[in-house]
Design a protein around this ligand. Structure first.
Ligand code: SAH
Ligand code: TMP
Ligand code: ZN
Length: 406
């Protein structure tokens, strides 16, 4: 039995992926021996409906001065955050001296648009290396983990915020009660908290089990997010589905009773009920789908190996760590993984130690098959890799199902 991180109820995990290393823990061969592992298990709380990890490594093991994920590496995500910033500027900030705070601002992918317009802003980013990149772009960045005490400190120094934004970070933070209390105090009475994260409904629907890894401690639905904020005197005002990261949901949250609630909130909660996201059964079905996906991928890679085909991974994503270790994919099945992030190149993938090589090595000798670990950037990647497919290259994907295509 595990204790719910939101409501103190207890639950049993519905799936275990076995021993897992740190998802973004790309490492050198000297570091193999001291590599850290934990058990990746997920549970569902029947009381508050929150889906969550049972065990999460210490935050300092995941977010530090060598953090591997630089948001601005993807032009699709850069465009997405330009639009997100525009939505905020057009609708949610006052004309007079606005102040915008971002939790988990990374390399400044979103805040740069506020900085460019001279809008008062502050990013809270604990990973020192990515925070430094943001600062070099002229983006005000506080290198700390956001929590209640940090919110009070920001409020004392800068005053309350008109808007607090957060993308792909709320689902990372186990101490959400402290975060929500911090946002509650930092936000002006008519302020708006806007955040987005991968959406549980999509994860279940397309069996994207690779969204499950150490950093993602929570898997949100509108139902569970509403429960959480209601506990703290706030409410979900509106929701906006997003097609990034394999399906995300944007939540607009305000102090209770200040703004009218969009009808979309209620209808999405009804949809979730119909889908069964508030009941245990669906998660057992999900487990069976995950096992089927794993068996299909292992079979496909084994067949390709037996046929003498050369397979290369495309994108050393954090998500791929779950797939690679759960399926037991070793360098005899995938010769290397190509990635454009300089700090990952020359290192090895966490757990099974597949070499990570620069993108040039993919281009200089195309493989027979590219296993698309960065499937959520699929459109962007396919459109720039026509030379690979023209040369006879095939793509292998595993979401929503295992499939090879040309
Ligand atoms: N918002 C960016 C980055 C997402 S990655 C994007 O969507 O692309 C998550 C980021 O949150 C990392 O840069 C990590 O260092 C940061 N983070 C983790 N815990 C945090 C916390 N408690 N407060 C603020 N940022 C945090
Ligand atoms: P993400 O799925 O967590 O966003 O990570 C994407 C990873 O894929 C990141 O390490 C960069 C890499 N990548 C490439 O190598 N080539 C590409 O064209 C894209 C879009 C990403
Ligand atoms: Zn609960």
């Amino acid at each position: 039995m595990s204790k719910c991180r939101i409501c103190d109820n207890t639950f049993d995990p519905f799936i275990s992926f076995g021993k897992m290393p740190i998802a973004n823990g790309f490492l050198t061969s000297e570091e193999f021996e001291k590599e850290y592992f934990y058990e990746l298990k997920v549970g569902f709380c029947t009381k508050c409906t929150m889906v969550q990890l049972v065990e999460q490594p210490d935050r300092d093991m995941m977010f530090h001065d060598n953090y591997a994920y630089f948001s601005s590496i993807s032009s699709m995500m850069a465009a997405h955050f330009r639009d997100f910033a525009k939505l905020v500027m057009d609708n949610y900030i006052p004309d007079k001296n606005p102040f915008v705070v971002e939790i988990g601002s990374n390399d400044g992918i979103m805040l740069r648009h506020f900085a460019d317009r001279g809008i008062r802003h502050l990013g809270i980013e604990p990973s020192g290396n990515v925070a430094q990149v943001a600062r070099e772009k002229g983006i005000e960045t506080l290198c700390e983990f956001f929590e209640e005490s940090v919110a009070d400190h920001i409020k004392a120094e800068h005053g309350q915020a008109d808007v607090v934004v957060a993308a792909n970070v709320m689902c990372h933070i186990p101490y959400l009660d402290s975060i929500v209390r911090g946002v509650l105090r930092l936000l002006k009475p008519e302020g708006m908290f806007i955040f987005e994260d991968p959406y549980l409904g999509d994860i279940i629907e397309i069996t994207s089990y690779d969204q499950i890894y150490d950093e993602h401690v929570f898997y949100f639905s509108v139902t569970s997010v509403q429960y959480l904020f209601n506990m703290h005197g706030m409410q979900v005002i509106d929701i906006m589905p997003q097609n990034v990261h394999g399906g995300s949901m944007r939540y607009l949250i305000a102090h209770k009773g200040v703004f009218p609630v969009s009808a979309k909130v209620k209808s999405q909660i009804q949809k979730e009920e119909k889908l069964g996201l508030h009941k245990k059964e669906i998660f057992n079905k999900f487990r069976l789908n995950v096992e089927r996906s794993r068996d299909g991928l292992v079979q496909t890679l084994t067949n390709l190996k037996n046929q003498g085909k050369r397979v290369i991974g495309y994108g050393a994503t954090s998500k791929s760590t779950t797939v690679i270790n759960y399926c037991g994919i070793t360098p005899d099945l995938i010769a290397f993984i190509s990635d454009t992030t300089p700090t990952k190149q020359g290192k090895y993938s966490p757990g099974t130690h597949i070499p990570i090589k620069p993108y040039d090595e993919f281009c200089s000798k195309y493989p027979d098959v590219a296993l698309l670990f960065a499937w959520n950037h699929g459109e962007e990647i396919m459109s720039k890799e026509t030379k690979f497919t023209d040369a006879g290259g095939n793509w292998l994907v595993y979401v929503p199902e295992v499939r090879i295509f040309h």
